[in-house]
Design a protein around this ligand. Structure first.
Ligand code: SF4
Length: 440
């Protein structure tokens, strides 16, 4: 039995795809092993957004060859689509597969026999037209379910459309089928993932369905306690969706909404499809209906043309906004994007300073959000995440809690009352039994 190991860089989408590809191998009789267990084949799923994607890729290949010098190494993923030739020249690489090829490893690579030269099987990104269903089953607690791929937006800084192609989706019927399969595995939480999930519904180049209808349909699937919408563009997060989530027992009150900049000047330069006023309106709508909702924000600092004044606009906008945490990205130049040609390059030192300021702001926001929820009762899904006698889990509104370790609670949902914030920044809870006593 041949042994195969996987390494995934990047986002939840990559994780869901690696997981599905690994099941293809298992179905064909391969044994899935850890990276260190002398595999015969390594599949490395790369990301183009990762800083120093090239160096990381080289390092992983080197590591793989150290573990199994005679192994077969195939590189897939976004970076493989963008730079197939470059990657094929890395010592030790046997094959590079692009976006249209990565789900056809067996058909294209046969029995994974090594050849003199690395195989490059990466067609133009315009060829990536079909949707490949994927979901991750890594632990029993949570799964990432891919519902959409690609993007038609073309923001000035982004290489994702070049690496993943045009927007295309699964059908509602097929997503429901996957959700039912997942429900039968005892997974409690499903995170909906995609590149631009609000744009869900384009099948074979035509808009056929709507993301809101997918949400309504999934809400009816029995056997899954929670659905989480991973990240959704503000202009696609409609009142209809927000109102539905506020009434739903299954869709949790947690939204991750990319803002990227709080300055309208920069938003226009980035080619984003909204202004800060719309973003403010979305946050206010959510908080009016769900005061306890968690709102995460993606923001980029140091985009070309971001002067000190424009950065302060972003800082003050975020400071005043009722949000719960930030994911801060330091702008870095990417080949073949519009932004790379723009004037007003921000020195790296300034970019790093701004990033630090926003990271500090994020910590303040998170603490404030946690504090506002102390004394309230939520449901925690406990994970197999144990540290110093404590176990961890997340509430429906994404507060990370710590509780005394109890193996019976792993992958279980329990009502807890949030007690205080501990030194690690997690919220300690009253023991579940105590809450039960309190509610009896
Ligand atoms: S919406 Fe913009 S940032 Fe997001 S994937 Fe599409 S092009 Fe990239």
């Amino acid at each position: 039995m041949k042994k195969v190991a996987f390494y995934t860089l990047g986002c939840k989408l990559n994780f869901s795809e690696t997981s599905t590809i690994s099941r293809q191998f298992e179905d064909r009789g391969f044994q899935k092993v850890d990276f260190q267990e002398n595999p015969d084949i390594f599949i490395i799923n790369t990301c183009s957004v990762t800083e120093n994607a090239d160096k990381k890729c080289k390092k992983i290949v080197k590591e793989a060859k150290k573990i199994s010098p005679d192994s077969y190494v195939a590189i897939i993923g976004c970076y493989a689509q963008l730079k197939p030739r470059e990657i094929s020249e890395i010592k030790g690489v046997d094959a590079v597969l692009g976006a249209a090829e990565k789900f056809r490893l067996h058909e294209l690579l046969g029995d994974f026999a090594k050849e003199q030269e690395a195989k490059v099987l990466a067609s133009e990104i315009t060829e990536a037209k079909s949707f490949n269903n994927a979901y991750s089953i890594n632990d029993r607690t949570r799964t990432f379910l891919k519902v959409q791929d690609g993007c038609n937006y073309g923001c000035a800084f982004c290489t994702i459309p070049l690496a993943r192609g045009k927007s295309r989706s699964n059908t509602i019927a097929s997503v429901l089928e996957s959700a039912r399969e997942i429900a039968s595995t005892d997974v409690k939480e499903v995170v909906l993932t995609g590149v631009n999930i609000g744009d869900f519904g384009i099948v074979e180049g035509k808009r056929q369905e709507r993301f809101a209808d997918l949400v309504f349909a999934l809400d009816q699937v029995d056997g899954i306690d929670r659905f989480r919408i991973s990240s959704i563009e503000p202009n696609l997060l409609t009142n209809e969706i927000i109102e539905f989530v506020s009434r739903s027992e299954r869709f949790v009150p947690h939204f991750h909404i990319p803002l990227q900049s709080g300055s309208n000047t920069i938003l226009r330069k980035m080619g984003r499809r909204y202004l800060r006023e719309l973003y403010e309106d979305r946050v206010s709508k959510i908080k009016t209906l769900m005061p306890h909702a968690c709102i995460g924000v993606d923001v980029i600092v140091g985009f070309p043309g971001e002067t000190d004044e424009l950065f302060l606009e972003t800082y003050n906008f975020l400071n005043d906004l009722d949000i719960s945490y930030l994911h801060v990205f330091t702008y870095s130049e990417r080949a073949n994007t519009r932004a790379v040609e723009m004037d007003g390059v921000v020195p790296m030192k300034k970019r790093n300073e701004r990033s630090k300021m926003l990271r500090i702001l994020s910590e303040k926001k998170r603490r404030k959000f946690y504090e506002e929820n102390l004394g309230k009762t939520f449901t925690v899904l406990f994970e197999e995440d144990i540290d110093g006698g404590k176990m961890h889990g997340f509430t429906e509104n994404y507060i990370r809690v710590a509780a005394k370790y109890d193996p019976m609670l792993i992958n279980e949902t329990k009502q807890v009352t949030l007690d205080y914030i501990n030194d690690s920044g997690n919220v300690e809870v009253l023991e579940p039994e105590m809450v039960y006593e309190k509610h009896k």
